[in-house]
Design a binder for this molecule. Structure first.
Ligand code: IMP
Length: 427
């Protein structure tokens, strides 16, 4: 059984926990898009692990971890995570595979991310400042890109970095009035990256096809959420990769037909970090309550997340473009204690009602939500492990969302720990 796990909202749905649970039944866990902008918190026995770049399978000894070609790798973060995990008893030696074709995030990418965002003022995207956009831009631009494979020959890389520094300094000076890219300093960093990371670099497409031929069980782990997809999300308020299920094939070299189940992850409500339209946002005490109860602060940046009601139009769209077979709903426990809950079942845009999500940010900004209101519950769900033991109102809430999505909800998260889940109708 090969699975692909993806977020169906704007990221932070709790994919890390679902991947961690399903990693138990997997031999290989693969990241295919994004970079150190992701933040997966995995909680085991009360101890929390925040991973940004490493596949969540890293905390399962014996599971092979693959960073595919679609990922942009910040070597500094990767080395830090390898070291932190090793100190906690999770050595990556012999089980981490980093694509030679993955692009490398260097200091000037982070510098450019910050300079650009600062220059945009109120129009900024609200990026994580991890250099993601500039690195993907260099990838598509080709001429000034650095891939993991380039770490092999440091002399050739030195010559390339000199050309890149000259170009970047001219652009930064002209556009932002500052230069500061030093090719020699970056080459020194790359020397250290090579020493630590080269043993992990390989052709991950070949590795994955060999794993498929050997009937290994593979788990593809999406980062961010489908609504942040560069092509299908709420452009321009998106990340720079195909964060939906559609990025899986391009980011690994594995066709979608090798994936048996696409599993979509949702939260029982909605959150968004950074700028961009968010129709169900509750910028009031309801949102503040969800934020505090759900600890809705960014894993990567610490920013408070914008919170709101569940948006079935948005999640159904993501499920549709992702070909999702089943859904895991996380953070159900967070909603306890509210008299009633609202679910957005349609939008009204320019007077017309629609249930198809407009990815155009302008249309989305004009969308008015058509809500259904259902009763809430007061019981603490954190100790519940069987679906039948959930309050009837909680089950009705889940059932209603399931019927709006048209996809079975097979797993419910009722707390942060690995064991705090309720499974249901699992095919
Ligand atoms: P970037 O990926 O850093 O370029 O940021 C682009 C947009 O995606 C911003 O709105 C970020 O807040 C958002 N974003 C990036 N990564 C994540 C994530 O892991 N969770 C939620 N939002 C994210």
């Amino acid at each position: 059984m090969n699975r692909c796990i993806i977020g169906l909202q704007w990221g932070d749905e709790g994919k890390g926990k679902v991947v961690d649970i399903l990693a138990e039944e997997s031999d290989v866990v693969v990241r295919y898009a994004g970079g150190a902008n992701a933040g997966h918190t995995v909680s085991i026995g009360g101890e929390k692990f925040a991973l940004h770049l490493m596949p969540s399978g890293a905390v399962r000894p014996g599971v092979a971890c693959v960073i595919g070609n679609g990922v942009v790798v910040d070597p500094e973060v990767l080395i830090e995570e390898i070291d932190i995990l090793a100190k906690r008893g999770f050595s990556l030696d012999g089980r981490l595979y980093v694509s030679a074709a993955a692009h490398v995030v260097l200091d000037y990418h982070k510098h450019e991310d910050r300079l650009r965002e600062a220059s945009l003022g109120r129009d900024k995207i609200g990026t994580t400042a991890r250099g993601i956009g500039p690195c993907y831009a260099d990838k598509v631009g080709r001429t000034f890109a650095v891939r993991m494979a380039d770490l092999k020959d440091l002399d050739a890389l030195g010559a390339k970095l000199a050309r890149i520094a000259e170009y970047k300094n001219r652009v930064f000076q002209a556009v932002y009035g500052t230069a500061g890219v030093n090719a020699e300093a970056i080459l020194r960093q790359c020397r250290a990256f090579r020493a630590k990371l080269w043993p992990f670099v390989c052709d991950t497409t070949r590795f994955l096809h060999e794993a498929i031929a050997a009937s290994k069980r593979i788990l593809f782990e999406g980062a961010q959420g489908s609504l942040l997809d560069i092509d299908h999300g709420t452009f321009p308020f998106v990340t720079s990769s195909n964060a939906s299920a559609l990025g899986m094939s391009a980011g690994t070299g594995v066709p979608a037909r090798y994936v048996d189940r696409f599993v979509g992850v949702i939260k029982a409500y909605s959150t968004r970090v950074g700028a961009g339209p968010f129709p169900t946002e509750q910028n009031n005490e309801i949102g503040a309550r969800i934020r505090e109860r759900g600890h809705e602060y960014g894993t990567t940046t610490g920013r408070p997340r914008r919170c709101g009601w569940f948006d079935a139009v948005a999640a159904a769209y993501s499920a549709r473009i992702g070909g999702v077979d089943e859904v895991a709903m996380m953070h159900l426990d967070t909603l306890a204690g509210m008299e009633s809950l609202s679910i957005c079942r349609a939008y009204r845009i320019g007077g017309a009602e629609t249930t198809f999500f407009p990815s155009d940010a302008g249309d989305l900004a004009r969308a008015e939500c058509v809500y259904e209101t259902v009763p809430g519950w007061h019981e603490d769900l954190s100790g519940v492990r069987r679906y039948e033991d959930l309050p009837a109102t909680t089950r009705s809430y889940v059932d209603r969302i399931e019927s709006l999505l048209g996809v079975p909800i097979v797993m419910l998260g009722v707390g942060p720990d690995r064991c705090q889940v309720v499974t249901r109708n699992r095919p």
